[in-house]
Design a protein around this ligand. Structure first.
Ligand SMILES: Cc1cc2nc3c(=O)[nH]c(=O)nc-3n(C[C@H](O)[C@H](O)[C@H](O)COP(=O)(O)O)c2cc1C
Length: 271
């Protein structure tokens, strides 16, 4: 009998030791870079909703406080495909089910600190979800950059929100997480064929693009998706000359008209 009790105690002790320090297999990790705090707000929201661990990437030499200087430094890094050296580049990722990676869109792509993180960690084969904040858009283009850098990961989805709409992130993230991984085409609302932009589209376009004058948008075509909840999503193909003296480029401005309330620019992508 005494031997049996001793054996049972040893078995319990062994189980305790082996589970110590090991994550439950359903724990997620949020990894993010944020220069001015917007993406950090979103990262904390994801962490709270998923009850996930959170890890902030820190640059060895932080970017300057000035926007113009950051633009200057990061443009060179991005053009040369360089990462920005991090003080905590390598993370212990093995124990996690899904890695949520957050970043600000820079020049339509991922920022150099994230490029450094990708270079230092093996993300191939891992479950990944991307999330980002931006001024006017870049979810699709930055997701494409990420996929090029990590072609064999299992990318489950990408979410993005304009910094000026961060107040709406709570509800949107709930919806995004609820639909993550669902690919049922039948659930997808159908979109109208694109047609030339007409005077009747003006009210929605102007309402949503107020405050985006710097994008110099000229709408050319539009397609509309009517949703079951009474809202609609408008895809405007536009010409945009984002910088003075630069030739116009074609962009898609995705505008949401909620069932109630003002239309807003959800995102913009270069075509
Ligand atoms: C260097 C730099 C480049 C940027 N490029 C873009 C861009 O291409 N498209 C965009 O919509 N916003 C762009 N932005 C705006 C940021 O994506 C936006 O302010 C973001 O919310 C900042 O996130 P953070 O506060 O986490 O750093 C850029 C900002 C900086 C500093």
């Amino acid at each position: 009998m005494r031997n049996f009790i001793r054996f049972a105690l040893l078995a319990v002790l062994a189980a305790l030791i082996s589970s110590c320090g090991r994550k439950a297999p359903d724990t997620d990790l949020i990894v993010y870079y944020s220069q001015t705090g917007n993406t950090e707000i979103l990262a904390k929201l994801f962490a709270e909703k998923l009850n996930a661990d959170i890890f902030r990437l820190e640059c060895e030499t932080p970017y300057p406080d000035s926007f113009e200087e950051t633009i200057e430094e990061s443009r060179k890094e991005i053009e040369e495909g360089l990462g920005r050296t991090l003080v905590n580049a390598q993370a212990s990722l093995d124990a996690y089910r899904t890695i949520y990676i957050g970043y600000p869109v820079w020049f339509g792509t991922i920022p150099p600190p994230l490029t450094a993180f990708i270079a230092e960690n093996d993300l191939q084969g891992r479950n990944i979800v991307l999330f980002c904040t931006y001024g006017s858009g870049g979810v699709k283009s930055s997701t494409k950059s990420f996929k090029t850098a990590v072609p064999d990961c299992n990318l489950l989805g990408s979410y993005g929100i304009a910094a000026r709409r961060l107040d709406a992130a709570g509800a949107e993230v709930d919806e995004f997480l609820a639909n993550l991984g669902k690919t049922d085409e039948q659930d997808a609302p159908s979109c109208s064929e694109p047609r030339p932009y007409a005077d009747t589209d003006q009210a929605i376009f102007i309402e949503a693009t107020e405050g985006y004058g710097y994008l110099h948008l000229t709408p050319v075509m539009v397609a509309v998706e009517e949703k079951a909840d009474g809202s609609s999503v408008w895809f405007f193909t536009c010409e945009s000359s984002m910088r003075e003296g630069m030739p116009a480029v074609n962009v898609e401005a995705c505008i949401v008209k909620p069932a109630e309330g003002k239309a807003y620019l959800k995102s913009m992508e270069r075509l």
